[in-house]
Design a protein around this ligand. Structure first.
Ligand code: ADP
Ligand code: MG
Length: 346
């Protein structure tokens, strides 16, 4: 195990914000994404791990060693922030060689290792440039090379892509996962971008108001969120409060919905989750779906063209159902297959 948090609690001096009783592990070579809304405690988690401050309670281990009292510079972590934090008066190569200089590596070896790291991030010929002459994406590559050049025990990335424009972000996602896999290094990626987390991570931790709500593989998190907070934060979600009527029926504000409720007690309060992509539109003139178990006739109130799909809202009474489809034509209702309805605790 490279990184371990055991019941870690941190409170800022004003008593607000921080983290409460957080436990998790990151294995060697694993990429753990930490997601949560702004202010949920993501950066606090990284600052504790990096040694910029100490938890009031609990234990943090790096490669099996208790980090209590171990200064940041002795923790051997590579860190990349949203702001690239390059040294403006040094060349790109000097920036990357700097951590090696701090560690007493000889000049020749420094230059050789810095050149190799620069090549790995695709900037082999930029060594003599000044950071200010590089684009944002290039500067972030330099920051990544500088974080990895001394072969740290783990890599910490705090919103590394949020300052980049969308097309660059996709490219950098691929580069980071490629480098991280090749180096086989434990990595924590902090982001508020759930798509980034789902696409890059081996596992994803969801933090909300300083608490860890769920930690699972991306697919599990998406298909089986533990509660409605996670469901709403990860992907788009239709959520309805309901009460279990029988082994295959739940009553909700929308009406009765057929689903598999065998694991739930009759009378239990639950939340139903239906992802937009499993909502099947009934296009005007199509009769087929009206016979299916969960059919709702409604009025199209929003229709957004997103390129590959359209995302539409159907009003059913005072409830809204959001669906996604590639079909054209006027949506006159929707059907929802019972086996696509997930039941969560209320
Ligand atoms: P995130 O990175 O998820 O946006 P942070 O970890 O930076 O969130 O902050 C979590 C909470 O702690 C927020 O409510 C924030 O206002 C508070 N906080 C962060 N840094 C400090 C600080 N230095 N002093 C007091 N409160 C802080
Ligand atoms: Mg932050």
């Amino acid at each position: 195990m490279t990184i371990r948090f055991e019941n870690v609690t941190y409170r800022y001096a004003d008593g607000k914000g921080g983290l409460t009783n957080i436990s998790f592990d990151v294995k060697t070579g694993e990429l753990l994404a930490v997601i949560g809304p702004s202010g949920s405690g993501k950066s606090t988690l990284l600052k504790l791990l990096a040694g910029f401050m100490d938890p009031q309670d609990g234990r943090i281990e790096i490669t099996g060693r208790d980090m209590k009292g171990v200064a940041a510079r002795h923790r051997d972590l590579g860190i990349v922030f949203q702001s690239y934090a390059l040294f403006p008066h040094m060349s790109v190569l000097e920036n990357i060689a700097y951590p090696l200089q701090l560690r007493g590596v000889t000049r020749d070896e420094r230059v050789e290792r810095a050149r190799k790291a620069l090549g790995e991030v695709g900037l082999a010929r930029a060594g003599d440039r000044q950071p200010a002459t590089l684009s944002g994406g290039q500067q972030q590559r330099v920051a990544l090379a500088r974080a990895l050049v001394y072969q740290p025990k783990a890599l910490l990335l705090d919103e590394p892509l949020s300052a980049l424009d969308a097309s660059l972000r996709g490219e950098m996602r691929d580069l980071i996962t490629h480098i991280q896999r090749t180096a086989n290094i434990a990595t924590i990626l902090v982001t508020h971008d759930q798509e980034e987390a789902l696409s890059m991570a081996d596992r994803v931790a969801v933090i909300h108001e300083g608490s860890l709500l769920q930690l699972d593989a991306p697919r599990v998190l998406y298909d089986h969120p533990v509660d409605k907070t996670v469901a709403a934060f990860v992907g788009k979600a239709n959520l309805w409060l309901g009460k279990v009527l029988s082994h295959n029926r739940v009553s909700t504000e929308l009406g009765d919905i057929f689903c598999n409720a065998e694991d739930w007690q009759v009378g239990a309060s639950v939340t139903l989750l239906v992802r937009p992509e499993v909502v099947t539109p009934v296009i005007n003139g199509g009769a087929k779906a009206e016979t299916s178990a969960n059919y709702f006739h409604g009025d199209l109130v929003q229709d957004r063209f997103l390129g590959a799909v359209r995302r539409y809202d159907i009003a059913v009474g005072d409830q809204i159902i959001t669906g996604e489809t590639g079909y054209r034509g006027t949506v006159a209702g929707v059907s929802i297959a019972p086996d696509q309805v997930r039941i969560l605790r209320a």
